[in-house]
Ligand binder design. Sequence first.
Ligand SMILES: Cc1ncc(COP(=O)(O)O)c(C=O)c1O
Ligand SMILES: N[C@@H](CCCC[NH3+])C(=O)O
Length: 441
Amino acid sequence: MVLTRERNTLDHAIWPATARATPDGDVAVGGVRLSDIAERYGSPVHVMDELDVRQRCREFRSAFPDAEIAYAGKAFLCRAMARWIAEEGLALDVCSAGELAVARSVRFPAERILMHGNGKTPEDLRAALSYGVSRIVLDCASEITRLAALVSADRPAQRVLIRVAPGVDGHTHPAVATGGEDQKFGFSLASGVAAEAVRRVLAQPGLVLTGLHCHIGSQITSVTAYQQAARRMADLLAAVQDEHGLVLPQLDLGGGFAVPYLRDQHGLDPLTLAEPLLTTLRSACEVRRVPMPRVTLEPGRAISARAGVTLYRVLGIKHTATGRVFVTVNGGMSDNPRPSLYGARYSMRLVGRHAVPGHRSVTVAGRHCEAGDVLVEDAELPADLRPGDLLASASTGAYHHSMASNYNLVPRPPVVGVRAGESRLLIRRETETDLLLRDVG
Ligand SMILES: Cc1ncc(COP(=O)(O)O)c(C=O)c1O
Ligand SMILES: N[C@@H](CCCC[NH3+])C(=O)O
C-alpha cells in the first residue's frame, strides 16, 4: 500500500500534542489508538488528551508568570477537566450554577473561582455566594442591587469586578464579538455607564470592588485589539483613582485567544501576546499614574480545543445529480453546532486503516433533519471511503460537548480521556433512559 508522506503526517497545530500517526493508518492519542477507542466506547465519541490540556495551561502560566490564568469552563467542563485545571494552578471562570456545581463537586478552591454572565439568575448568584467564590463579575445595573440584597449583613462583603464594554473591535465573527458597543455584555465605557456602575457598587456596603473586567470576543488573532482594550481599561482605572481615590488591584482582560482549526489558519499563542500586551498595559498605567494591576486572563478555547478529537462512523455515501458527494456520519450538529452557527471549518481524516491512493473532495454531513447539518463542506477524503469507516475531526475540545444538544433526541456522545497509553470514560454516553427521565408528562 502506498501512502504519501503528506497525507500520513499530523499537523500538531490542530492535532493534540500526543497524537501520532501509526504505520498501519491509525492515529494514536495519549498512546491509545483511535480505532480502539471507537471499538470500546462506540461512536460518535469525543477524545480528550490530558497532556495537551496540561501543556496549554503551563504555556499560559509561563508566558504570564505574574498573572492569574482562569480557564473559561464554558469551553469544556467536567470533573476531570476541573481537576486538571486545579492541579495546574489555574483559576476557573464559571458562568452558571451548573458549571459551579461541577467545580464544587471536585472541591475546586473557591478562592480561585470567578463567576461571569450577562444574565445571572438569583439561583446562580446564591450558588456563588454559598460556595464563597472569590469574585463575581457584575454585568448590569439591576445585578448590582440584586447581589447586594443577597449578601446578608452577617457575612463578609462579596468581592466583585465590573464588566466593561471597552468599544474595541476584535475583528471576529459577529456572533462572538463582545468588545463593541452594540452587543449585550458589560457596561459601556464610552457613554460613562461603566463609571456610573463603579459609583453604584461603591455605594453598596455588601460589595467590595476589586477590579475591572473586559472580554472583547472569541477566536481573536489580533494583538492590537488586546492592546487597545488594555489602554481603554487603564483609562477607567485612572478615572476611578481620580474620582474615588481608589486603586483597583485587578484587571481582567478576558479570553478569546484564537486557535487554528485547519492547517492554514492562525491562532494567537500566549508567548506572542504576552510581551506586547504587558508592555502596553505597563506604559498605559505609567502615563496615567496608576499602579500596574494584577492581570487575569481567561482562556477557554486556547486551553481545551486542540486536546479534543471527535470520531464518527461513515453511515452512507451519496452522489447527487449535481456531482456532489455526501458522506453521512453518525453525528452532526448535535455534537458540533459550530459549522452551522459560525460557518466554522474543520478537517476530517480517515483513521483505522490505510486507504488506496486517490482522494476526492466530499461534503461530510451529519444525521440531523436539517439541510444545513454539514460538518465539513470540502473534506479531502480517500476515494475508497466506505460505510463503516472511521473519521476523525481535530480541534474539537472546546465548545463541542459544552454546546451539544439532543436535537432529534439523539443522545449526546461520551467524552473519553486519554493519557500514557490508557483511556477512561470522563462523561458517559447519554442513553434513551436519560432522555426519557426528564419527560414526565
Ligand atoms: C467572559 C469570558 N471570558 C472568557 C471566555 C473564553 O473565551 P475563549 O474560549 O474564546 O478563550 C468567554 C467566552 O468567549 C467569556 O465570555
Ligand atoms: N461558542 C463560541 C465561543 C463563544 C465563547 C463564549 N463567550 C464558539 O464556539 O466559538
